[in-house]
Ligand binder design. Structure first.
Ligand code: HAM
Length: 436
């Protein structure tokens, strides 16, 4: 039996690695544009960091075990508790608002399916120390600008947003009691994925009457700010409860991101710590799982570190995103491995080739040559396979004259230059004909 990677864990062969690298490069580029700075934490944390506040679903999926020192530990399933822990430990010394991002690999023992694996990478962005909706809009704007940077527009992806404070008020008006809110949240969260009669059964078990259950389903159907206003008026509720959501939408519209937005009260988020605006980014067809999810979690720093700071953030996974980019033809071709390949005609030229290769590599040229006897034809084939733009050909005449033929493999144009002038000639050829 040939050994294989564990279920839900990926091998990144160079082609897949190139896409992963592209995704992470775009993540970092856009996050830094918004003034976010990168950090990291440990991949293994104390188990109680997650049992304290992440919520049942994630706790069920933990890779948890006892280490040799008898500590209960877990591989990180998400980054938010680590962010909260690290910020709380140094809160006094950090300039607010804190804008931090990280690109952790995370581990969840999930049932493997399309878009869900047992490890994934996440762009995790958190903004800490700002209570107002400008911060929520800033963070949603960042997530959408990442989508735009990949070449995805409002016909490709949508952000669905809601506010837990608004949802709680509407559910309250529908007759849901405070203690029943978690069960109602769960039902609303699963409204698109679980049959309604099953959800109704669970709500009945939590003590909700048939008419209240009907009201919960009605609230979950609310779409758009107008419908929100109407529902608030119908429930004789204070319209101010939707102010933050209205303002966040207005700010995102001012950023030009309005076409991406869908106010959608079925968005709750599975994690237990959210307290305000929550959002998820999906493919527009709704065929895939969420690409990104996040929201405001104002109480978490106080729970984990005793520091009462407002906070919000999102996590964007690489798995669904990579599927979507491939499907839309937006996954770039893997970059060429090298700039130039040195081709030797006889064995006599090999030592000159080695010296030239070394001096060019010192200059930053990515370069390869045959590591054993190989015909010229095979050397050129290998140069093409590696994506080299230039062949640097050395034959007996060139060796004697201390010169090199530079052949542009894209155009076929050749020039002969002195050995010491090859680096400068490559720079000039690349600058003159666009990057390789
Ligand atoms: P989450 O919704 O659990 O949120 O994950 C965010 C994103 O990570 C998902 O939308 C999905 O793209 C990806 N993801 C999650 N689990 C998996 C999996 N098993 N396989 C592949 N991709 C997955 C959080 O993790 C929050 N901590 C986000 C956050 C940051 N909230 C505030 N700050």
């Amino acid at each position: 039996m040939q050994p294989q990677a564990l279920p839900g864990f990926r091998d990144f062969y160079p082609e897949e690695f190139a896409l992963r690298d592209h995704i992470m490069e775009v993540w970092r580029r856009v996050a830094t544009r918004y003034g976010f700075v990168e950090f990291d934490g440990p991949p293994l944390e104390s188990l109680d960091l997650y049992t304290a506040k992440s919520g049942e679903e994630i706790v069920d999926q933990l890779y948890a075990f006892q280490d040799k020192g008898g500590r209960e530990v877990a591989l990180r399933p998400e980054m938010t508790p680590t962010v909260a822990r690290m910020v709380a430990a140094r809160a006094g010394g950090l300039k607010k608002p804190i804008r931090w991002f990280s690109v952790p690999q995370l581990f969840r023992y999930e049932r493997q399916q399309r878009g869900r694996l047992r490890e994934h990478f996440q762009l995790n962005c958190d903004l800490i120390g700002e209570p107002g909706p400008m911060a929520d809009a800033e963070l949603i704007g960042l997530a959408l600008d990442v989508m735009r940077e990949f070449g995805l527009g409002p016909d490709d992806v949508r952000v669905r947003l809601s506010d837990r404070r608004l949802l709680a008020a509407l559910l309250g008006a529908a007759g849901v009691e405070e203690a029943q809110l978690p069960a109602a949240y769960q039902a609303v969260d699963k409204i698109d994925r679980v049959p309604q009669d099953k959800l109704a059964g669970r709500l009945a078990e939590a003590g909700l009457s048939a008419s209240v259950i009907e009201g919960v389903f009605d609230v979950a159907q609310i779409r758009g700010l107008q419908a929100v206003d109407q529902a608030l008026a119908d429930g004789a509720l204070d319209p101010a409860v939707a102010d933050d959501l209205r303002q966040a939408v207005e700010i995102l519209q001012a950023m030009g991101l309005g076409p991406f937005l869908d106010v959608d009260l079925s968005i709750v988020r599975g994690l237990a710590y959210y307290t305000g605006i929550v959002f998820e980014v999906f493919d527009a067809a709704g065929a895939m799982r969420a690409i990104c999810g996040g929201g405001r979690y104002d109480g978490l720093l106080a729970t984990l570190g005793g520091v009462d700071l407002p906070a919000l953030g999102f996590g964007m996974g690489d798995v669904v995103l990579a599927d979507l980019l491939r499907e839309r033809g937006l996954a770039p071709a893997p970059p060429a491995a090298i700039d130039a390949f040195i081709v030797t005609v006889t064995a006599e030229e090999v030592s000159m080739a080695i010296g030239l290769a070394h001096s060019l590599r010192d200059r930053g040229v990515r370069l390869e040559y045959a590591l054993g006897a190989m015909t010229m034809g095979k050397q050129l084939k290998l140069a093409h396979a590696r994506g080299a733009r230039f062949a640097l050909v050395i034959g007996p005449d060139e060796r004697q004259a201390d010169r090199v033929v530079i052949r542009d493999l894209a155009t076929g144009v050749q020039q002969t230059v002195s050995r010491s002038g090859v680096g400068a000639a490559l720079d000039a050829a690349r600058a003159g004909q666009g990057s390789t």
